[in-house]
Ligand binder design. Structure first.
Ligand SMILES: NC(=O)c1ccc[n+]([C@@H]2O[C@H](COP(=O)([O-])OP(=O)(O)OC[C@H]3O[C@@H](n4cnc5c(N)ncnc54)[C@H](OP(=O)(O)O)[C@@H]3O)[C@@H](O)[C@H]2O)c1
Length: 288
């Protein structure tokens, strides 16, 4: 499927992976609706990509709020044609041992990554192209492998993987395709300094967001979308974990002292769960 002229609604568009996906799809000629909380970042991206050239626009909306989601619905009602592709990319992370996770942080992760993503998908569904609509949800390798220090984030991504799989089957007698993309660690600001130091000490590979964007584009362009996990040996670990989870228990048990050390040093102030001050408004910036 060519991206040229396709209407793509992308959440998390101001983030590292979101911006990389936006650049990639824009260069392929897609018409982008960029959803995010930071008007400043979205506007800079819109100028860089010259969004107005092909009737794309930005939408400042906090998807974790009713008002934010309603502003998306309002924008979709005003569209002259159906949405071709929804990319659920918005997400937040939380690194720390469970007793140190504040209840508000736990609620924010589940609300943003799971509830808000499901509600956005539900509201976009009626606006999706009946004959060729596609829904791509950005999960994580932690959506298939429970990792110490990320219990809540893992719970949210496991939930998204189940959601995507069930929805794919629910829509299997329609022309709408649904898929889940699981990146491994990627170089964006979602990972605080403790996570980066942990990955470095454990020798965990870290991809650039452009790699994730290129895989997303390949999935969206293929005739039949299939779920994808990025990275080797992550794919192997995920496979072993689904068949012999005790083997992975043993491997992670050896990493536990290192994970504990960094999880304890991961300060609550670095948790990327708070929206920027400017995001209180839900405004749509139509560029054309
Ligand atoms: N980077 C990794 O290591 C990695 C690995 C696997 C999966 N992922 C997944 O990839 C996706 C993109 O993450 P990223 O790495 O690009 O991180 P990022 O740079 O922090 O981007 C995440 C984006 O989501 C947005 N967002 C968060 N909560 C939102 C809300 N309530 N309403 C609207 N937008 C919201 C953020 O907005 P603000 O800019 O306003 O904060 C941010 O722009 C996430 O789903 C993440 O879980 C990332």
């Amino acid at each position: 499927m060519t991206m040229r002229g396709k209407i793509v609604l992308l959440t998390g568009a101001a983030g590292g992976i979101g911006q990389a996906i936006a650049r990639r799809l824009s260069h392929q000629g897609a018409i982008l609706i960029l959803v995010g909380r930071s008007a400043h970042t979205l506007n800079a991206l819109a100028r860089e990509l010259d969004l107005q050239k092909n009737k794309g626009f930005t939408l400042v909306a906090d998807i974790a709020t009713h008002a934010g989601r309603e502003s998306i619905r309002t924008a979709l009602i005003a569209l002259p044609q159906p949405v071709d592709i929804l990319i659920n990319c918005a997400g937040i992370s939380l690194f720390g041992l469970l007793p140190n996770n504040e209840p508000e942080q736990i609620e924010a992760v589940i609300n943003t990554n799971v509830t808000a993503t499901i509600l956005v998908t539900r509201l976009v569904l009626p606006f999706l192209h009946k004959h060729s609509g596609r829904i791509l949800t950005i999960g994580s390798s932690f959506g298939g492998l429970g990792y110490p220090g990320f219990a809540v984030y893992c719970a949210s991504k496991f939930a998204l993987r189940g959601f995507s799989e069930a929805l794919r089957r629910e829509l299997s007698d329609s022309a709408v395709q649904v898929a889940y993309l699981a990146p491994r660690a990627t170089n964006t600001s979602i990972n605080n300094s403790a996570v980066c130091a942990l990955n470095s000490e454990l020798g965990n590979a870290q991809d650039e967001p452009e790699l994730v964007a290129s895989v997303a584009e390949k999935m969206l362009s293929s005739t039949r979308m299939r779920d994808r996990n990025i990275g080797w040996p992550e794919r192997l670990f995920l496979r072993i974990n689904s068949i012999f989870p005790r083997l992975i228990d043993g491997a992670l048990r050896k990493q536990l002292p290192v994970i504990r050390r960094y999880a304890q040093s991961s300060s609550a102030s670095e948790a990327s769960s708070a929206p920027p001050a400017e995001s209180n408004a839900t405004t749509s910036t139509r560029l054309s």
